[in-house]
Unconditional design. Structure first.
Length: 262
């Protein structure tokens, strides 16, 4: 176990929090002006890239690990931000946010700031703790970091492939009204969310290769919870359950972890 300077971590944590706050304020202004708060979904991936860049620049830990984490987060986050931008461009507000905002009779902008942007900012900061802690850590168990990089690569490939397959499926007019059950979508009903979870467990392992990165375990646990139960798969299942053929798709296809189709 090597020494860990908590004062250095405090600098990284506060810098990351400040950068996240500025990003969310700018996103909230844009969302209010265009009348769509789902712009925050684009910021989600970009926010992690920003925090990783801040941690790499301000951190005092081993340079190679800071650069590796900045690189893997940038590749994942920028791809996700681009994907979310293309998917939401020209569309209306996300039904999740419409339902949320319909519950208040007060100022919708202030309500959105608290319920959407502040929540996203706190989640961003907490989930990114492995990156922040690792940026000031010294020493490393290289094999653990390598396993993390491999798991990250598997997750990114799974997520990107799933998104690409779904995009191609929707672009074919003959598939209108049908359920996507091909490719990775025949192995799991949520290949993109599964891939996302793998990405963050991989990032955690890279951080855990140096003490005290291992103690940030709750961060990937929280991200997995968001993906599976809170704002990801469970919410999508609720909206898709009314689609013809979806019940049959559920019966023959794994919910989250990939497995051969029945």
């Amino acid at each position: 176990m090597t020494s860990f300077e908590w004062s250095d971590f405090l600098v990284v944590a506060l810098s990351s929090a400040a950068a996240t706050a500025v990003l969310m304020i700018v996103t909230a202004v844009i969302g209010s002006r265009i009348g769509r708060h789902n712009v925050v979904d684009v910021t989600w991936g970009a926010g992690f890239v920003l925090i990783a860049a801040v941690a790499a620049a301000v951190g005092t830990g081993e340079l190679w690990r800071r650069l590796v984490l900045a690189a893997v987060v940038a590749l994942w986050g920028l791809r996700l931000a681009s994907h979310m931008f293309q998917r939401s461009r020209g569309e209306g507000e996300d039904p999740r946010y419409e339902e949320m905002l319909s519950k208040t009779s007060g100022n919708h902008t202030l309500y959105a700031l608290r319920k959407i942007y502040l929540t996203q900012a706190l989640a961003l900061w907490f989930v990114s703790l492995p990156i922040q802690v690792s940026s000031v850590a010294h020493g490393s168990v290289v094999v653990v970091a390598l396993v993390g990089i491999v798991l990250w690569a598997v997750g990114l490939t799974f997520e990107a492939t799933g998104d690409a397959q779904l995009k191609a499926f929707k672009a074919d007019p003959s598939n209108k009204g049908k359920i996507m059950d091909r490719g990775l979508w025949s192995w799991t009903r949520h290949p993109n969310y599964f891939g996302d979870a793998c990405v963050w467990w991989g990032i955690y392992l890279i951080a855990a290769s140096a003490w005290p990165g291992v103690v940030t375990l709750l961060s990937p646990v929280a991200m997995t919870y968001f993906l599976v139960f809170a704002t990801g798969a469970r919410l999508l299942e609720k909206s898709m359950s009314q689609r013809p053929g979806y019940e049959e798709y559920q019966q023959r296809t794994s919910y989250f972890l990939p497995r051969p189709p029945k």
